[in-house]
Design a protein around this ligand. Sequence first.
Ligand code: GZL
Length: 307
Amino acid sequence: GCGGGDDSSSGSGSDDKIVLGFSQVGAESGWRTANTKSIQDSAKAAGIELKFADAQGKQENQITAIRSFITQKVDVIAFSPVVTSGWDAVLKEAKDAGIPVILTDRSVDSQDTSLYVSFLGSDFVEEGKKAGQWLVDQYKGKTGTVNIVELQGTTGAAPAIDRQKGFADTIASDPNLKVVKSQTGDFTRAQGKTVMETFLQSTPKIDVLYAHNDDMGLGAIEAIEAAGKKPGTDIKIITVDAVKDGMTALSEGKINYIVECSPLLGPQLMDIVKQVKSGGTPEKRILTKETTFTQEQAKTELPNRQY
Ligand code: GZL
């Protein structure tokens, strides 16, 4: 609009530029880096002023950032909640301040769903099911126990909770498939390697690794090779994300199957922001499109990967 806005109006002077406050989890993985780039590039392309805060993986930093956005009277707040619980108070403050909130990537366990206008992100239970189904198919008709170790994502994070659930529910159909160890590697390469080292020391026979993201899988590959075993052959590996490094390992036969989880949420997020600002009502739950990749598919797909 022209002229007139009072001096407390948000934005950079002109009061018709939308100001979006975004609180990001951190920079723990290749997926997160790509997600941040998608949000920053899309805001620029959409002419939306982005106030971006990196929480270094700490919930209290996200809460502080959201409170700061409220004080600055941004037009819209969006964030990727590092864990599912503990958000009701700050989301109520945003609601009371009349600032709409959009969840991206990860969800919250708030019972009051009026605390956010929309949740844009993957179905992590579905991702876990896809991972589990591939394993069930691999071992169909075979006998003998299959020892699975699992590298969980960040404790309390929606993708960690849901990927574990979807996988467990699906492999339950084959009593030979057993998760013998399951521990968090916090979605990072470094911790994936460290935890895999302890799995290798404590578990004589490991047949399969299920890692909740590529980065932990890639760290585990380093540990597996250091132990003189062949990743993808001695130990089958399933991961989630399909970032470039993961897809490269898949094409090299070090990973056996990757369930894609798209980080490219920026364009859809900006559409939702504009819709909300123009008085529209976005879908409450917006799913991202994603697929799965085998070793064969990785070879052809790799050149197309944007992240
Ligand atoms: C999933 C996202 C997860 C990725 C990890 O949407 O929250 O967090 O799978 C990232 O790579 O760290």
